[in-house]
Design a protein around this ligand. Structure first.
Ligand SMILES: Cc1ncc(COP(=O)(O)O)c(C=O)c1O
Length: 386
């Protein structure tokens, strides 16, 4: 029997789920022609803020701009140091560099691969102005401990929540713990559009007003510019996609948790692999389902042969990126990130994934391990040592 491919993420099913409503919204936009700003953007900013239980959200062009605009709104100056995790997507740190600041990498915790408060504290110096924490793979970092550190040392905190739309920590949505939070709506995200999109959100009205101004040429009224800004606005066509998808996000995240639980129940007993730890106070949204194993690349090849997709987020820590060579980073200072880059593997994870498909992935992994064991046993057995 031949099987359908199982992609690591499936946009075809995501499009199908909202197709008819999106046709209606896009067709209305073609009639209204409010391609920049307008109702779709305003509706989304309002509903996303309600969803996050914060006072305000500002739509921007993507998650990288969200970080850069937030950094500017917080007053980042050239030479300022910002502490970021060593294991994340490059934008978390590149946004700081791009504005002339210096990202200072902190190694992550071995169990969670999220920011390690002790490592963060060790990196605080005279020029440190803030911390960017990342809720990696949709699993909240220790926001309370990091927030407390920031308060003690008079630093601001940005939550880079690009992978964590809807997650909670201690009952509260992530995105409300930092001075500000930044979001990406890249298509594969838990809340994704069908192009690029992003947002900045929080409860500090003054800061968000400045962010809104900076993202719109620094203007305070028509053709009057209070400061130098950029053009980074959430596109109306993308806002319409987000308006279709936001009402289903809670249910989608619940399904992701179900899928994560199924993977764990089927795979946890294998000594050859491990799952990441989740903080007991966290309600993750599993942007990725990540396992760790020494034979990562071999398992990836085995899955591929069986038509099963997988990805590696991320094959290099930020300290291993040529882009940051100028920062004089010592690999020995980032043992956890270095190890993670060599052994993390992200399995298919999206809300429309069926339980039958999850089981097929698990069966393929079980088959891989039993093959490995047989091969090892044969190698070890004198009977076969001809
Ligand atoms: C943790 C993190 N930060 C920032 C970004 C940047 O978002 P975008 O791709 O929308 O610019 C991403 C997106 O991949 C991300 O995963």
């Amino acid at each position: 029997m031949t099987h359908e491919m199982i992609p690591v993420f499936d946009l075809e099913r995501a499009v199908a789920a909202i197709r008819s409503e999106l046709d209606r919204r896009w067709s209305r936009l073609l009639t209204d022609r409010r391609f920049v700003g307008g109702d779709e953007v305003q509706t989304f900013e309002r509903d996303f803020s309600r969803f996050l239980e914060v006072s305000e959200s500002v739509g921007v062009a993507n998650g990288t701009d969200a970080l850069m605009v937030a950094l500017r709104a917080l007053g980042l100056e050239p030479g300022d140091e910002v502490i970021v995790p060593a294991f994340t997507f490059i934008a978390t740190a590149a946004s700081v560099s791009w504005l002339g600041g210096r990202p200072v990498l902190a190694d992550v915790e071995a169990g969670t691969l999220n920011l390690d408060p002790e490592q963060v504290e060790a990196k605080i110096r005279d020029r440190t102005v803030g911390v960017i924490g990342v809720h990696l793979y949709g699993r909240p970092f220790e926001v309370d401990a990091i927030r407390a550190l920031c308060d003690t040392h008079d630093l601001w905190l940005i939550e880079d929540a690009a992978q964590a739309h809807g997650a909670r920590f201690d009952g509260r949505r992530v995105g409300s713990f930092g001075d500000v939070a930044t979001w990406s709506f890249y298509p594969s995200k838990n809340l994704g559009c069908f192009g690029d999109g992003g947002a900045i959100s929080g409860n500090n009205g003054e800061l968000l007003e400045r962010a809104r101004r900076l993202a719109n040429h620094g203007r305070s009224r028509h053709y009057f510019h209070r400061e130098v800004g950029i053009n980074s606005r959430l596109d109306s066509l993308q806002a319409a996609v987000l308006n279709c998808r936001l009402p289903g996000l809670e249910e989608d995240n619940a399904r992701r948790r179900e899928i994560a639980a199924r993977y764990r129940s089927r795979l946890d007993h294998f000594d050859e692999l491990s799952f990441l730890e989740d903080d007991a106070r966290a309600e993750p949204v599993y942007h990725q389902l990540t396992i760790r194993l020494d034979a990562r690349d071999a398992l990836r090849g085995h899955l591929k042969e069986r038509g099963i997709g997988s990805t590696v987020h991320y094959p290099h820590g930020l300290h291993q990126q040529p882009a940051f060579e100028g920062l004089d980073l010592e690999p020995a200072d980032y043992p956890v990130a270095t190890r993670a880059a060599a052994d993390v593997l992200c399995l298919p994870m999206f809300p429309e994934l069926t339980t039958g498909e999850v089981d097929r992935v698990c069966d393929a992994i079980a088959e891989f391990f039993s093959g490995h064991r047989t091969a090892n046993a044969l190698r070890a057995s004198p009977v076969h040592a001809k």
